[in-house]
Ligand binder design. Sequence first.
Ligand SMILES: Nc1c(C(=O)O)ncn1[C@@H]1O[C@H](COP(=O)(O)O)[C@@H](O)[C@H]1O
Length: 161
Amino acid sequence: MADIAIIMGSISDWATMEKAATILTEFGLDFDKKIVSAHRTPDLMFDFASTAYANGYKLIIAGAGGAAHLPGMVAAIATVPVIGVPIESHALSGVDSLYSIVQMPAGVPVATMAIGEAGAKNAALYAVEMLAMNQPDLHAKLIAYRANAADKVAASEAGLY
Ligand SMILES: Nc1c(C(=O)O)ncn1[C@@H]1O[C@H](COP(=O)(O)O)[C@@H](O)[C@H]1O
């Protein structure tokens, strides 16, 4: 069983959430990916969240858009950290998703990322950082990732004119 589950409210979220998947793959991390909706598949959502710990998940990355209740509802049921990704919605540009995910009541945390692809990428990196706390090999990959990112910034200076 994978350490990480990437879940999302709809297939339409995958274009965003695949950015998280790509980063986890770069780090050699196994993950499951599922479409689970608090609104459209509430029984499935309850089943997924209530068995997440027993199924071995250490982290859940949950993307949802609009009335984005999925991350918070999963966090309410599961005893596994939930990282929320607000999907950039058409009507309100993802501000609705952000507010829905971030404004959790005290007692039920969701680690909320930025709207859209940056949020999906950061969700994956946050997951890597959490798992790297007791995995030295993964920590070494994180150091290398950071160094590579810095190199890219330095190289991009060549584009200044
Ligand atoms: N926010 C939620 C939930 C939920 O929170 O349970 N289920 C679906 N959705 C969102 O509805 C948006 C539109 O979905 P469709 O594109 O399928 O109409 C998606 O961004 C999805 O995350």
